[in-house]
Design a protein around this ligand. Structure first.
Ligand SMILES: [Zn+2]
Length: 740
């Protein structure tokens, strides 16, 4: 910009942001801002604090009157440029004219998008549909985008926000996602902020003040926050470019994640009639799409629907018994080398699965809604940074998770709907490499889903739940291509008959087809079976470079560097560098900043922040540095529980120490009793209650806990029943094995 006198006509919010951008390291403005421009900004923003700011700035031509229209100001400034009146001490002079109209017409259709894409994101090209969506938004059109998880949805609203210089207000229900996105944007040099319940009052006040000054390109709000009485009034003072509604399917009762507070979003159209609204969703059937358009009152929106076909995913569905499921899980985990997500239906199942896997010497971390925030964050972080390969979570996990290299998503129960399944399973293989979606379900899951559907009081909602149930049952039961079934569910008609990559169209991998054996305690994992990954690659026809090709040692070394960086800054590892970027660095091994800038995902800001560090790490690696081994050997969960019991700890105390739910601990102890590894302690349960439960067992048997619970007085808990039943079952088993 040196020596270049320019008049840039932009919105006042952008003018102010740009003014801030031109500060040098001593805090001095490097541009000449006319007083007229500042007055304009002040007028638009209700003059809050701007007059003072204006006085501090270099004063411009005061002869321009406040009531001049934009064109007059512009003409006057052009004249002053030519006459030299505006020659400042700096070679660059940027004149920013705040436009007082609240809504400027769209940007030129030929706006250069590749430069900011390269500069901030470090990408050299768009993914399918992205550019068209960005241009729609820049042209000021309402827009509805249906794009599967991993299709690059967020860039569709982030890039136009950056280019337009105004503030895009993003509504999202996912607090973790908002925070991660804001952190990622900050690392790219794009100002962004979050307003939701997780932000302190003080911080909120600061964000609100700065948002009025147009300081942010992206502002993330929760729907609850938007629904608050004072929010809409405050938003009127923010230079809003457009509204982006993420997870827009939440607005529809037909969707699988209906959120009543989303219904309030219809106020956006009435309160901000001139601002474009863009709806984004990763999963919406035709019915839901229609609902989104109607509820948000979109005006002749540009509609973009990306294909739901993810050819690099292989769907494998198998109905099994409980013991078989555990055995298959262990076999599956032995087959996948990269990250795996295991979805369990309940919090207790999550904890039991983690304990079970640890008992099998497979390190795993838990993730569910009842954990302490810090623990949950820590577990997620350990998984994201590859410290632990397997994460077991409830459906609460994964929304907004941005990890490209998940090699498999394994479900341990029937999901509630195809949408839910597609979204969760879709977290596999976002890097485009072959990945598996394994659904191991049990007959009793179907019974439970039906049971819950019947509990719904509202008749219409109950009907919808049953419809979802029938669809997911058809998906697992009918021998039709799983890919086609999913595409058809979302209203897409594939032109092919067979995908060649699901368990119906192609062969089932050996680990799944061979009969499963019950898992013995402390099963030691054999060597990882080689060749399976390759078979998948051929089956799905997906090409590309396998991660196994990159130097494993270098990758580990760079990951360690990334973990350190992330820890120092208090951000997630993927915020520092994406896995795909890290992999490319391993392959290319750039030797200069220029070469580093050629890596996908390294924009100017990233290169500035980490460039020297990365080159330094590569240099150290060449000189022989390696990742420090950091294997912490954990005791098996059962041993740990036994040790704590021996120390005289109560169940509650053990639950606290082990970071588990009480029910999980009781279940584990009951299991030990039942297997004869631990003596039942009379002190665990009040003697009278014990007698009552024993009597019920004698009468009703120990087959089903629910039968016993229903027959017993309500104050007797499941935990108590579970423990007594374990003792009774053990005694019965002993009797049965003693020869008469
Ligand atoms: Zn198929």
């Amino acid at each position: 910009m040196a020596g270049d006198n320019r008049i840039v006509k932009v919105h006042s919010g952008a003018a102010f942001a740009a003014l801030k951008d031109t500060k040098d390291q001593h805090g001095k403005y490097q541009s000449v801002i006319t007083l007229a421009a500042l007055m304009e900004i002040g007028r638009y923003r209700g003059k809050s604090g701007i007059a003072e700011r204006a006085k501090k700035c270099r004063r411009g031509p005061e002869k321009i009157s406040e009531d001049w229209d934009d064109e007059s100001i512009r003409d006057c400034l052009v004249g002053m440029f030519h006459s030299g009146t505006l020659d400042g001490p700096y070679s660059a002079a940027v004149l920013l004219i705040g436009v007082s109209s609240t809504y400027t017409a769209g940007m030129a259709p030929d706006t250069d998008l590749l430069t900011p894409l390269r500069r901030y994101w470090g990408y050299s090209s768009f993914r399918p549909l992205q550019e068209r969506v960005v241009r729609s938004l820049l042209a000021g059109h309402d827009t509805c985008v249906v794009m599967p998880t991993g299709g690059g949805k967020s860039l569709c609203y982030q890039l136009p926000a950056v280019v337009s210089g105004r503030t895009a207000v993003v509504i999202s229900p996912l607090i973790a996602l908002m925070q991660d996105q804001a952190a990622q944007l900050a690392q790219m040099g794009i100002p962004a902020a979050v307003l939701n319940s997780s932000v302190s009052d003080e911080q909120q006040a600061r964000v609100m003040r700065e948002a009025r000054d147009g300081a942010y390109r992206l502002l993330y709000l929760s729907p609850e926050r938007l629904a608050r009485g004072d929010t809409l009034g405050w938003l009127r003072h923010v230079p809003v470019g457009f509204f982006a509604i993420d997870e827009a399917h939440c607005i529809s009762e037909w969707g699988h994640e209906f959120r009543p507070e989303y219904r309030q979003l219809n106020r956006l159209r009435t309160r901000f009639p001139e601002r474009p609204i863009a709806a984004f969703t990763a999963s919406a059937t035709r019915h839901v799409r229609h609902d989104i358009l109607a509820q948000l009152q979109l005006r002749d929106p540009d509609k973009y629907i990306a294909s739901f076909h993810r050819p690099n995913l292989r769907y494998l569905v198998r109905e099994c018994e409980g013991w078989e499921q555990s055995a298959l899980l262990v076999k599956a985990l032995a087959n996948y080398q990269g990250n795996v997500i295991v979805y369990a239906p309940t919090i207790n199942r999550v904890e039991e699965t983690v304990d079970f896997l640890e008992d099998q010497d497979i390190p795993a971390v838990a993730y569910h809604a009842k954990m302490q925030n810090a623990d949950r964050r820590c577990n997620q972080e350990r998984w994201m940074s590859d410290e632990v390969r397997v994460l077991v979570g409830t459906i609460a996990f994964g929304l907004g998770i941005n990890k490209a290299t998940v090699r498999a998503v394994i479900h341990l129960a029937l999901p509630k709907s195809i949408e839910q399944y597609y979204q969760e399973a879709g977290r596999a293989g976002r890097d485009g490499l072959p990945s598996d979606c394994v659904l191991l379900w049990q007959k009793k899951d179907a019974g439970l889903l039906g049971f819950f559907a019947n509990q719904i009081l509202d008749a219409a909602e109950r009907d919808r739940a049953w419809q979802r149930y029938h669809k997911i049952r058809a998906f697992v039961d009918t021998p039709h291509c799983r890919h086609i079934q999913i595409c058809q569910h979302f209203g897409e008609t594939p032109k092919w008959d067979s995908c060649g990559a699901c368990d119906v169209c192609a062969s089932v991998p050996e680990w799944l087809s061979a009969p499963a054996q019950p898992v013995a305690p402390r099963f030691t994992l054999g060597k990882v079976v080689a060749g399976v990954g390759k078979a998948v690659a051929t089956a799905s026809g997906a090409g590309g470079v396998s991660f196994a090709d990159a130097d494993a040692e270098l990758r580990e070394y760079l990951r360690e560097w990334r973990r350190t960086m992330a820890r120092e800054q208090g951000v997630a590892a993927f915020v520092v560098l994406h896995d795909t970027t890290l992999e490319e660095i391993c392959r290319v091994r750039p030797a200069s900043i220029a070469a580093l800038l050629e890596i996908t995902g390294i924009g100017e800001r990233k290169a500035e922040m980490y460039g020297e560090e990365i080159l330094g790490a590569l240099q150290r690696y060449r000189e022989g540095a390696r990742a420090s081994a950091q294997v912490e050997k954990k005791t098996a969960p059962a041993e740990e529980t036994l040790r704590l019991l021996a120390e005289g700890k109560s169940f509650e105390e053990i639950a606290k120490i082990r970071g588990r739910q009480l029910a999980t601990v009781v279940n584990a102890v009951a299991g030990l009793v039942e297997r004869g590894q631990l003596e039942f302690q009379p002190a665990w349960i009040d003697r009278n209650r014990q007698a009552v439960i024993e009597a019920a067992c004698a009468k009703l048997g120990t087959e089903r806990l629910k039968t016993l619970k229903d027959a017993l007085p309500p104050e007797i808990t499941y935990d108590e029943i579970r423990l007594v039943v374990a003792r009774v079952r053990r005694e019965e088993r002993c009797k049965a094995t003693i020869p008469a």
